[in-house]
Design a protein around this ligand. Structure first.
Ligand SMILES: Nc1ncnc2c1ncn2[C@@H]1O[C@H](COP(=O)(O)OP(=O)(O)O)[C@@H](O)[C@H]1O
Ligand SMILES: Cc1ncc(COP(=O)(O)OP(=O)(O)O)c(N)n1
Length: 269
């Protein structure tokens, strides 16, 4: 059994953040653990309030896990402020982990800031260089690079430029464009487009959290980056397509346990 850790914010409605991450870990047959950086009061319609956790408590949670349990991969999501970001960098350098997936969460679909604007530089400086893969959506890639991204060619150029900021690889997610859902992967050598049909359903809350947690799970399970991304995208696509109708707004994904039988992992490794 592989042990996965998410360092992220809590979404009390269960669609995004820590809750989506743990559901993904579990559905993919891994053991999930969490370090909470912030508590959000949110639902399918928006974010009502955020309380940030003190950095000393973030440190204490990380230490409690690592001094007792082997961690096979970490996914980092909502990190809120620069103090928490610096703490995460310090703690992960101290404890070391084979794979770090950084989802640079900045703004929720409903438009609420989940990263203080002052923390953007700290996120780029402290977390990108320790990332096995960083997974910005288009608005996040635009903030990181300070320029607009409107086509898939722009996504490719963005992937090359964000790679220069230090991650081992990058996936620019295309959920915010129209047409097929095309993501762009770059590992410093080759650019790949990973495409899936766009699903016209209203339950896409937590797609980014789910994708990054699935990638972390598949890396821990022994897959290389390219197959880990393809399998994760397949997982997200099916989880949207199930059309879970919960809440009055943008609903959550359905984390089917039966989509990926566990033997799949162990036979294909
Ligand atoms: N309507 C959709 N149909 C199919 N795939 C989607 C859809 N929306 C997003 N995706 C996919 O979900 C993943 C998360 O992307 P995105 O929604 O851009 O991230 P975020 O949740 O961080 O904004 C990507 O692989 C993207 O291509
Ligand atoms: C606590 C928390 N973390 C992250 C997000 C953003 O999640 P994401 O997967 O990008 O989904 P949407 O916000 O795009 O639905 C969040 N909302 N809350």
């Amino acid at each position: 059994m592989k042990h996965l850790l998410t360092i992220a914010g809590s979404d009390c409605s269960g669609g995004a953040g820590i809750q989506a991450d743990l559901k993904t870990f579990s559905a993919l047959g891994t053991y999930g653990m969490s370090v909470i950086t912030a508590i959000t009061a949110q639902n399918t319609q928006g974010v009502d309030a955020v309380v940030e956790i003190d950095k000393s408590m973030v440190q204490a949670q990380i230490d409690a896990i690592f001094k007792d349990i082997v961690v096979d991969a970490v996914k980092i999501g909502m990190v809120s402020n620069s103090e928490i970001i610096k703490q995460i960098r310090y703690s992960l350098e101290m404890w070391q982990v084979p794979f770090v997936v950084v989802d640079p969460v900045m703004v929720s679909k409903s438009g609420h800031h989940l990263l203080q604007p002052e923390a953007k530089d700290a996120l780029i400086r402290e977390l990108l260089p320790i990332a096995t893969i960083v997974t910005p959506n288009i608005p996040e890639a635009e903030v990181i690079l300070n320029r607009q991204i409107v086509t898939v060619d722009d996504m490719e150029a963005a992937a090359r430029d964000i790679y220069e900021l230090g991650p081992k690889s990058i996936l620019v997610k295309g959920g915010h464009l129209e047409g097929d859902a095309i993501d762009v992967f770059y590992d410093g050598t080759t650019i790949n487009r990973i495409s899936s049909p766009r699903i016209h359903k209203n339950n896409t809350h937590g797609t980014g959290c789910t994708l990054s947690s699935a990638i972390a799970s598949y890396l821990a399970l022994g897959y290389d980056l390219t197959p880990a991304i393809s399998k994760s995208k397949d997982y997200v696509t099916k989880a949207i397509d199930s059309g879970l109708e919960i809440g009055k707004g943008v609903g959550p994904l359905h984390h089917f346990h039966h989509i990926f039988p566990l033997e799949d992992h162990y036979n294909n490794k």
